[in-house]
Design a protein around this ligand. Structure first.
Ligand code: FAD
Length: 467
């Protein structure tokens, strides 16, 4: 097959124009003359759902670290999203976090996040990306496979077919091809067909089912609070979030572990929400007007593909995003990890293209290690979930439960926890002696230690208070 080149100079193709593809393309735009994104969906109106990203009908939180990268790539993005109706504010002060047996103490943490629907976030980033002179998208086209040199040592492009009636298979050539097609990535099969090994897969099954529904958001609903989070636990296999969205909407998402699933009708879903560890969310949605039918999405496992362990890999080819690692979505890590991988890709390219795949996969693996250990370690609190459990995992989970308990009266602990959740600090930061001491103190005495909190410059706020 003869393959057309996408343009003059150095060219790159990104398969998949979802969050990893968009952010990856942004990184490539600094290093390639022409980047072409390919997606099987027709990418239509701003803020619209589409078939290729069914997860967009469920809550999508952007972690602080990921948001910072997005803002750096697209300056003014946060302000634009706010102008479109998104809420931007303090991850502690404007939220209610319920873990274990109580609410974390809320305070001004200094770290801000954004509440925006996934379709609006994606389409806003896509529009900004396409404003770059060297980026284009061909939508409504299926990538069928890879083009390679005769010895299969280098990927030279892709085979694709457009969805328009009467289209025939065509080839598109590029110097670099990046697979950002998500969890269902066919790279393992494509590699195998080219004579390479498939990457080893680590999977930790948690049998999660998300059920989501949008509601009208009214000013009297929980003033000043834009996010309510109720964590699941071995005692209560269901967790839930209620996040504000643009257009005066709430997104309710309830996740059931180990086969637990919320009913698919409004009344049943509300009743299920009432059964969360705290009725905070139920109290808001019970009288709210539903704006959509409940939808469900099953995520069987945390899944990590160990490309960094392969000894042979074709040149001119990479995999990123959920195709590398797809986490339990409860921890809201996927888009932020994709953003970190995009930065790593840019860093690798800044040092040239020699052994690019080996260097990128190594760096991506280092990025994934922490969020993977957080997600899997936390899921292993459920005795029924099988995985690499050891004495340390059990100790950490026991310790974190004590941290949550103490954080009910100690905003410093709440902030320390939120920094890890938002990928701003590594999990071992929670084992710093100053943190350990507060956890011990908080579990020995029930009285709050407000003086110490003030000394650290953190103003505490009762959960739900507005300022
Ligand atoms: C239910 C759920 C909730 C989530 N919640 C959060 C959250 O709160 N916060 C967060 O950060 N992350 C969350 N995630 C993860 C997040 O959605 C992903 O990490 C993020 O979208 C990055 O994934 P990706 O771009 O690699 O792949 P995907 O988002 O899966 O996109 C793959 C893209 O590739 C295209 N494609 C696939 N095959 C082909 C082909 N052969 N040819 C052409 N195009 C193709 C698809 O159309 C699609 O556009 C959630 C995930 C799920 C499932």
């Amino acid at each position: 097959m003869t393959a057309q080149k996408t343009g003059a100079g150095k060219t790159a193709i990104v398969i998949g124009a979802s969050m990893a593809g968009l952010l990856g393309a942004r990184a490539l735009a600094d290093h390639y003359d022409q980047i072409t994104l390919l997606d099987r969906d027709a990418l239509g109106a701003a803020g619209a759902h589409r078939k290729g990203t069914p997860q967009s009908k469920h809550a999508h939180a952007v972690l602080v670290r990921g948001l910072a990268i997005m803002e750096e790539y697209f300056p003014g993005l946060i302000a634009e999203l706010v102008s479109l109706g998104a809420d931007y504010g303090d991850v502690s002060q404007k939220a209610r976090w319920y873990h274990g047996d109580g609410h974390h103490q809320a305070c001004v943490s200094g770290d801000n996040a954004i509440n925006v629907s996934r379709p609006l976030l994606e389409s806003t980033i896509r529009t900004r990306l396409l404003a770059l002179p060297n980026v284009q998208i061909i939508d409504a086209c299926d990538v069928l496979g890879l083009l390679t040199t005769p010895d299969n040592g280098r990927v030279t492009g892709v085979r694709l077919i457009r969805r328009a009636a009467g289209s025939a298979e065509e080839g598109l050539a590029a110097d670099l091809v990046v697979d950002a097609t998500g969890r269902g990535s066919r790279s393992p099969a494509w590699l195998e067909a080219l004579g390479y090994e498939r990457p080893h897969e680590d999977a930790v099954k948690m049998g999660l089912t998300y059920t989501s529904c949008e509601f009208r958001r009214r000013p009297e609903h929980s003033p000043g609070v834009v996010a309510l989070i109720v964590a699941a636990s071995p005692e209560s296999r269901r967790g839930g979030v209620l996040l504000s969205q643009e257009g005066d909407r709430w997104m309710l998402t309830i996740g059931g572990y180990l086969g637990e699933q919320a009913p698919m009708d409004h009344a049943g879903l509300l009743e299920y929400a009432r059964g969360l560890a705290t009725p905070d969310i139920y109290e808001i949605v019970k009288n709210a007007e539903p704006l959509s039918e409940p939808v469900a999405y099953k995520v069987p496992s945390n899944l990590r593909r160990r490309y960094e362990r392969l000894t042979r890999f074709p040149q001119g080819y990479l995999v990123m995003g959920d195709g590398l690692c797809s986490f339990n979505p409860i921890y809201a890590q996927g888009m932020s990890v994709a953003a970190l991988e995009a930065v790593a890709l840019g860093d690798c390219l800044a040092r040239g293209e020699d052994r690019l795949a080996g260097r990128f996969f190594k760096q991506a693996a280092e990025i994934i290690d922490m969020p993977w250990s957080t997600a899997v370690g936390n899921d292993l609190r459920f005795p029924e979930i099988e995985g690499p459990r050891n004495a340390m995992t059990n100790f950490i989970n026991w310790y974190i439960s004590k941290l949550h308990h103490a954080a009910q009266q100690d905003a410093v602990l709440s902030v320390a926890f939120l920094k890890v959740v938002n990928l701003l600090q590594p999990p071992p930061s929670l084992l710093h002696p100053r943190v350990v001491w507060r956890v011990v103190r908080g579990n020995l005495w029930r009285r709050p230690h407000k003086s110490a909190v003030k000394q650290r410059g953190l103003a505490t706020a009762a959960p739900g208070s507005s300022r």
